[in-house]
Design a protein around this ligand. Structure first.
Ligand SMILES: [Zn+2]
Length: 255
């Protein structure tokens, strides 16, 4: 459901120099317009990216042609060895370590600060994203590449246990659950846990997506998070809705 029509949405200025924390994550940024650029060291061979683009294109063509064929091809994509451990979008319990209160792992969708993965990488952070969001990102990625930019995933799907770990860390940082809740979503409210949000890097790519994302149904949600995008299909015809100033204005975060 697109809840972006809320009258609560309005952009607002964010003072520079304030530490910002992804409400659904734990990333800290020193300024709202300068998310740390992820490392570019884990680029994948072009062959894999070409294959990924080909498969995405196939899926799109099939969707246009016949629903049944699309379902079959989508199922084939989901079962590709590139996406080991793929489950229903937003699913996945995460690692035993995180579920027992320990450190999250890649199985939880964990990516270290400053790290990022390609949309075609075989990791749960990408594989467990909502298929519609992943498809839109694939289309945007292809267009961004033509402009010489690569859209990379700095944070994608997260297990509930990973989100709980981030929240506990935020409580330590901010001193209270109430204050932490202003910056970090809970396992129940986080759109990342649902597989419906993605943090894009590096900055130039996030900026590109901010300017061109609407045509793919991809929109920024929060004025204070230049990197956080969600799927908003109505944006293709109507443009992106106004952003919330920050997550405290987002009624979905109060669940
Ligand atoms: Zn985010």
């Amino acid at each position: 459901m697109d809840t972006n029509t809320s009258a609560l949405r309005r952009p607002g200025p964010v003072p520079d120099g304030i530490l910002h924390r992804d409400p659904d994550g734990g990333r800290t940024h020193t300024a709202p317009q300068t998310p740390a650029p992820p490392h570019a060291s884990s680029r994948k061979p072009r062959r894999r990216r070409r294959l990924f683009r080909f498969v995405v294109t196939l899926t799109v063509l099939a969707t246009l042609g016949a629903g049944t064929t699309a379902a079959v091809i989508t199922a084939a994509v989901t079962a590709r060895p590139d996406y080991p451990g793929t489950v229903t979008a937003g699913g996945g319990d995460g690692s035993a370590s995180a579920r027992s209160g320990g450190t999250p792992t890649a199985e939880d969708g964990y990516l270290a600060d400053g790290d990022s993965v390609a949309l075609s990488d075989a990791v749960p952070a990408v594989a467990n994203l909502d298929p519609g969001l992943r498809e839109a990102l694939g289309q945007a990625l292809a267009a961004a590449e033509e402009d010489g930019l690569e859209l990379r995933v700095a944070s994608g799907w997260r297990s509930k246990a990973y989100q709980a770990w981030l929240l506990r860390d935020a409580v330590r940082t901010y001193g209270s659950e109430a204050e932490a809740a202003r910056w970090v979503g809970t396992p129940e409210t986080s759109l990342h846990v649902k597989g419906q949000a993605v943090d894009i890097g590096p900055y130039d790519s996030a900026d590109w997506l901010n300017r061109h994302g609407a045509q793919f149904g991809l929109c920024r949600t929060y004025d204070n998070e230049a990197w956080h995008f969600e799927l908003s299909p109505s944006a293709i015809d109507q443009g992106c809705p106004p952003m919330y100033r920050d997550p405290t204005e987002d009624p979905r975060m109060r669940g």
